[in-house]
Write a protein that binds this ligand. Structure first.
Ligand SMILES: [Zn+2]
Length: 189
């Protein structure tokens, strides 16, 4: 799925328990982190006209960041830097798998390519996860899912005073939250 959908999904998970801002941000960023393996697209596009282009996107997207080892590494990293170590690490492990699941069900490329997930990479490279019912990246279920997540995000902003904007700045988050509270009144606590 698109990075925005992954971001909102992991944000929603992070926004449910009572956590400090730092831990919520760790969980949210962890939920989109598998897609860092897509940055190779810059190199691939830059070298596409040379004699031996570097196919870093085609080769490594949905590979480097989309496997169990990567999930374990980011969970351990979260455990090392979070305030509530165990809960944050567990939720990082969960949102990582949620990311893989979302990719599995709804990331078919325009050319029909399924982007199979090499879950046990770099071991057992012949085992790849894919689902025959997978829908396209821009299909309606993804759009609907994203809209629902946006609505939950707005609700959490109004109710709990929290939004993914806190990743950028506390001030931006405040402005966003106040917008809902001025419109709908303050929530009963
Ligand atoms: Zn992905």
């Amino acid at each position: 799925m698109q990075p925005i959908t992954h971001l909102l999904a992991s944000w929603t998970v992070a926004g449910i328990p009572r956590l400090e801002s730092r831990d919520r941000i760790i969980i949210t960023l962890a939920g989109i982190s598998p897609d860092v393996d897509g940055v190779g697209i810059v190199v691939e596009l830059a070298t596409e006209h040379i004699q031996q282009p570097l196919l870093w996107y085609s080769k490594y997207h949905h590979v480097i960041g989309h496997n169990l080892i990567f999930g374990i590494v980011i969970s351990l990293t979260a455990a090392a830097i979070a305030r509530r170590r165990l809960l944050t690490a567990a939720l990082v492990f969960f949102v990582f798998h949620l990311h893989l699941f979302c990719d599995l069900i709804g990331s078919r490329g325009p050319d029909g390519y399924q982007w199979p997930i090499p879950y046990f990479y770099p071991f057992f490279q012949n085992i790849e996860l894919s689902w025959s019912g997978q829908w396209a990246l821009n299909a309606w279920p993804n759009i609907l899912f994203t809209i629902i997540l946006m609505m939950i995000t707005c609700y959490l902003a109004w109710k709990k005073g929290l939004s993914p904007l806190e990743i950028i700045s506390k001030r931006a988050n405040r402005v966003f939250v106040d917008m809902f509270r001025q419109r709908f009144g303050r929530p009963q606590s």
